[in-house]
Design a protein around this ligand. Sequence first.
Ligand SMILES: [Fe+2]
Ligand SMILES: [Fe+2]
Length: 206
Amino acid sequence: MKLTDFISDPRSIKLIGRTREYVRHFFERDGTHGFSHVERVFNLCLHIGKEEGADLEVLALASLLHDVARPLESSGKVEDHAVEGARIARHFLRSLGYPEEKVEAVAHAIEAHRFSRGPEPETLEAKILSDADKLDAIGAIGVARVFMYSGEHGRSIEDSLRHFEEKILKLKGLMYTKTARGIADGRHRFTVEFIERIMREIEGEI
Ligand SMILES: [Fe+2]
Ligand SMILES: [Fe+2]
């Protein structure tokens, strides 16, 4: 993906590059919520945002910063990475003299990106970030991430499959934007196919 296909203003591109570098240092190691997840969410946000006519600069910054505090939550240093992430984002963007109105737009999207808790996304950009984050949990990448998470936490294959039923298969119905719903459809279908097949193999079908 080329950033210039989405954003042409050189100042905007520079700001996004700077933010990317800043965020990268928060992630010492990868994993289910590592920097590669951030990059995939960033890509999805730009694609969806272009289709939906969103503010791509706000979306790019919000997606890069959305999980910045995730490592702090994982190590027990903060309680909620969305709240802390919004705080870090405000501080960072203000230090660069970014306009206050846009700082708040980025911060709101970060605060509202968790579908399980926090405020409802109120802006188009916040809705798209939430959708992109959920999309990264469905489809082939979703399958990979579930089992990666299971590996990290010593969870069995059977328990991982329960997680699909309890959470992953519900995500398709939680999309806010039409573009994300379209992407979710294909990813969901693949996930269902995968589960049906693995269940057959577990049950002893050759
Ligand atoms: Fe998150
Ligand atoms: Fe995320």
